[in-house]
Every structure is written in structure tokens, then in C-alpha cells.
Design a binder for this molecule. Structure first.
Ligand code: UD1
Ligand code: CA
Length: 464
């Protein structure tokens, strides 16, 4: 099979999106549209990608991180003009075929790209346009066919006659071109632009240019009509989010994940969830999160870039860039900030916050506690209202608590400090010195009782 390359058009300003960022960085399920497109293109078997950037190109190029070739379109003069900026890239891939694809149509899938290519190559087409019939074709270029159903042209919404506007087969903005035909067609696009006195250079005019040369220009209908949908404004972006959200949830449901009520549930495309795990309403799971089997996640939990074991409960919990091991229960109303490793069988209750902390197996932190920059061992009991005092105004220091320790209620552990194995801290202690193993540390003033103290005072009216 011949080498395949792709040119992604991503220079557009996104005026209709009303954004100051490059439009293709708008997100669908928390993943920028451009990343959906590059992923699908690579999975569709393309060897080399070039991206046309333009509006806020520095921001887009920073996002792409040097992974692909880029060319800058200085003036945004339309999709045809965008392709002209990449002539060198197209020449370098001649002879061969090139996929030209919009960066603002994130639901395109690898299968549509690869099956369209097989069709394109086996029929030796000059261009194969990926099209689909959709319910609401407003705003898209319509695929106009002649009486014998062959492709005649693509007409944009603004140029379409009323009869053409009735056509519901639309151009996806993704096409397989023979590279040498495309290079020649670019000249034809300039002529068309001048002749029709259009404001922009339309890539879609390549169809008429190619047909005039008696070459094969064909519209190939995608099996998956959602694949062609693009987002020019935020209403369309929400529609794409909804389609992608339902699709991702359906895959998890069919894999044995329970989502009894999908209200407010959003799961990013790269998330992995094990069998018989239940996701409850209001839960957002983002990034490269992996969740094991038999967990209950939610209601109202937010999990990002984390690894969660089997049998874990995360109830009304936020968890970022951390690991939570098997059979641990966290929440309600708890927060696991980045760089934590929470061990197996840990219990963390309401209003507990962890940050950059290691918590050993079976340790219990039930209520109202902050543990930051700390290494806690296993089988520790932390009472209510404790805190690691990790910041002295200049630097962060670590706290170490060894296995089987018992941290009394309202203990403050002023770091750097350690508590030894089996040791206790008395409730209300402010621990500023290391506690050895098997000890009790009391760091508060002794209680004093002043007998009949009240009789010496002038009584208040409610005292008898
Ligand atoms: C385009 C197609 C239309 C198709 C639709 C599918 C043309 C003329 N029209 O319309 O037939 O149905 O996509 O979604 O091609 N871009 C550049 N440089 C530019 C202009 C655009 O790189 O100067 C990029 C945009 O960033 C975007 C893509 O090309 O990713 C499409 O541009 P857009 O203006 O959104 O075209 P549509 O009006 O959607
Ligand atoms: Ca568009």
C-alpha cells in the first residue's frame, strides 16, 4: 500500500465560537477538537501529518508540542488558501494520496478514514469526498449530484439555491486527494475564485475543477453520519459533546459498567473503567484515569488522571493525579490533591484533604483533617480535626507517622516532625518534636479546676 499523509486545516479564527483561542482547541469531553482529529487520522493509518495553523498559531503550535509538521497561514482566506500554504508538504508526498481534513470536526473516526481510503484507492479516484446524510444540513456544504447520481459540485450554504438547500447530504470537510491532481487543482481554485468573485478560496471548488478535467471526483457516504459533524459555534459544540458523551457511556455500559442514571455524568474518551463498577449522577471522570472493578464512583465525584483500584468508593470526592488502592473508601466531601498514594482498605471520611501524601493500608482518617506533604504508615488511626502543619511561610516540610500510631483528636503535627511506631498523641496536642516508638506524647497545658470560682463573681441574671 502507498504511503499516506494528512493535512489538517486548523487556522480558522472561530468567530462564530466567540473565543480568543484557536477554535480547534475548543473541547469535546474535555479533549480539544484537534486532538480528536489527530488521533483518528493516526488510527486511520496515516503516516505523516501536517497542520495548517493561523489564528493564534503560537498557542496552537505550543499545544501540538512539535509532534507534527506545521505551516502558518498568515491571512485567513479560506480552506482552499489554507491548502495552498502546504504545497511543499503535498509535493513531498507526490506520488501518493493525501487526506485533507477539517480540524473542527472531532467525531470523524478511524474507520471512516480508512474505508474511504480503500474506496478512493481501489477506484483510482482523483478525489473522494467523505459525505453523510444528516437531519439538519444547515450551514454545511451540500453535495449536489446530477441525474445519474454522480457528483456534480459542492455548494456552500450562502451560495445554495433554495432547491440545493433542501439537499441533506453534506460535505464532511474530509477528502482523499491524489497529490498531483490536488496540486493542479489549486490553480483551478484560484481561477474559480477570480471568476466567481468569491471572498474566499474554497477547497470545495476543487470538485468542479477536477470534473472539468474528466477525472474521477466521487462523494463517499460515511457509514457513521455523526462522523461529519463540525462545530462552528458553542451550540454545535454542545451537540457534539452530547453525542460523544452518550457514545462513550454506551461503550462502558456494554462493557459491564453500571450507570443507572446518566444525569451529569461525563467520561472522557481515554478513561478505562472495570466491570461492575457503578457510576452515579453528577460524576465527571477525566484524562487518563483508570478505575478498577466493583467500585462505586459518585454521586458528584470528580476524578482526573488517577488510578483507582478495585472495590473503591469515592463518594462526593475530588481526586486529582493520584493513586487510590483496592477497597478504600473516601468521602463524602473529601479531596485528594495531586501526588497522593492512598493504600488499600483506607477509610477517609467527610471533610478530609490529602495532598502529596502517602497513606498506608487500613489507615483511618475519618473526619475534618488535612494531611499534606506526609508519609503515614499502615493501621494508623487519625482522630477528628487533625492537621499536618506543613508550611512555615517559607517552605514545605514533611511529616512522618509510623505504623499503628494513634493520632488523637485535634493534634497538630508541626513539620518536619515524626511520630514513631505504636505511639499515641494526646488530643489537642501540638507536636513539635519527634515522638519515639511506643510512646505517648502530650503537648498541651494541664487542666486546672478552680473550685467554686463562680461564687466569687457577681452572678449573671440567669445564674441561680
Ligand atoms: C467547510 C466546508 C463545507 C463543509 C464544512 C464541514 C469549505 C469552503 N466549506 O465549511 O463544505 O460542509 O466545512 O464542517 O471548505 N480553515 C483554515 N483556514 C481558513 C479557513 C478555514 O485553516 O482560511 C480551517 C478552519 O480552522 C476549520 C476548517 O478549515 O478547521 C473549516 O473551516 P470553516 O470556516 O469552519 O468551514 P465551514 O464553514 O465549516
Ligand atoms: Ca467548520
Amino acid at each position: 500500500m502507498s504511503k499516506k499523509c494528512a493535512l489538517i486545516l486548523a487556522a480558522g479564527e472561530g468567530r462564530r465560537m466567540k473565543t480568543s483561542k484557536p477554535k480547534v482547541l475548543a473541547e469535546v469531553l474535555f479533549k480539544p477538537m484537534i486532538d480528536w482529529v489527530t488521533d483518528a487520522v493516526k488510527e486511520g493509518g496515516v503516516d505523516e501529518i501536517c497542520v495548517v495553523t493561523g489564528h493564534c498559531y503560537e498557542e496552537l503550535e505550543a499545544h501540538l508540542g512539535g509532534k507534527y509538521k506545521t505551516v502558518v497561514q498568515q491571512e485567513l482566506l479560506g480552506t482552499g488558501h489554507a491548502v495552498m500554504q502546504a504545497k511543499e508538504f503535498i509535493k513531498a508526498n507526490t506520488p501518493g494520496n493525501i487526506l485533507i481534513i477539517n480540524g473542527d470536526a472531532p467525531l470523524i473516526d478511524a474507520k471512516t478514514i480508512s474505508t474511504a481510503f480503500e474506496y478512493h484507492e481501489s477506484h483510482k479516484n482523483a478525489v473522494t469526498i467523505i459525505s453523510a446524510k444528516i437531519d439538519n444540513p444547515f450551514g454545511y456544504g451540500r453535495v449536489v449530484r446530477n441525474k445519474d447520481k454522480c457528483l456534480k459540485k459542492i455548494v456552500e450554504e450562502n451560495d445554495a439555491t433554495n432547491a440545493e438547500k433542501m439537499i441533506n447530504e453534506v460535505n464532511s470537510g474530509a477528502y482523499w486527494f491524489n497529490c498531483s491532481v490536488l496540486l493542479e487543482a489549486l490553480e483551478g481554485i484560484v481561477e474559480m475564485h477570480d471568476k466567481k468573485q468569491q471572498a474566499e478560496y474554497y477547497l470545495t471548488d476543487a470538485v468542479e475543477v477536477i470534473l472539468e478535467k474528466n477525472l474521477n471526483a466521487v462523494a463517499y457516504e460515511a457509514g457513521n453520519p455523526d462522523a461529519v459533524l463540525g462545530a462552528n459555534d458553542r451550540a454545535q459544540l454542545q451537540l457534539l459533546n452530547e453525542i460523544a458523551r452518550k457514545k462513550v457511556m454506551r461503550e462502558h455500559l456494554l462493557n459491564g459498567v453500571s450507570i443507572p442514571c446518566a444525569d451529569g455524568v461525563m467520561i472522557s474518551p481515554n478513561v478505562k473503567i472495570g466491570n461492575e463498577t457503578e457510576i452515579l449522577p453528577g460524576t465527571i471522570i477525566k484524562g487518563d484515569t483508570v478505575i478498577g472493578e466493583n467500585c462505586v464512583i459518585g454521586p458528584n465525584s470528580f476524578i482526573e488522571n488517577s488510578v483507582v483500584g478495585n472495590g473503591v468508593t469515592l463518594n462526593n470526592t475530588q481526586c486529582y493525579s493520584s493513586t487510590v488502592k483496592d477497597n478504600t473508601s473516601i468521602g463524602p466531601f473529601a479531596r485528594v490533591r495531586p501526588d497522593c498514594v492512598i493504600g488499600e482498605g483506607v477509610k477517609a471520611g467527610n471533610f478530609v484533604e490529602f495532598k502529596n501524601a502517602n497513606i498506608g493500608d487500613r489507615t483511618s482518617v475519618s473526619h475534618l483533617t488535612y494531611i499534606g506533604d506526609a508519609d503515614f504508615g499502615s493501621d494508623i488511626n487519625v482522630g477528628c480535626g487533625c492537621a499536618t502543619v506543613n508550611y512555615n511561610g517559607k517552605e514545605k516540610n514533611r511529616t512522618k507517622v509510623d505504623d499503628h500510631a494513634f493520632i488523637g483528636c485535634s493534634t497538630y503535627l508541626v513539620a518536619p516532625v515524626s511520630v514513631g511506631k505504636n505511639s499515641y498523641t494526646a488530643a489537642g496536642s501540638v507536636i513539635t518534636e519527634d515522638v519515639p516508638d511506643n510512646a505517648l506524647a502530650i503537648a498541651r497545658s494541664r487542666q486546672t479546676i478552680k473550685k467554686d470560682w463562680i461564687s466569687k463573681k457577681k452572678p449573671y441574671k440567669w445564674q441561680k
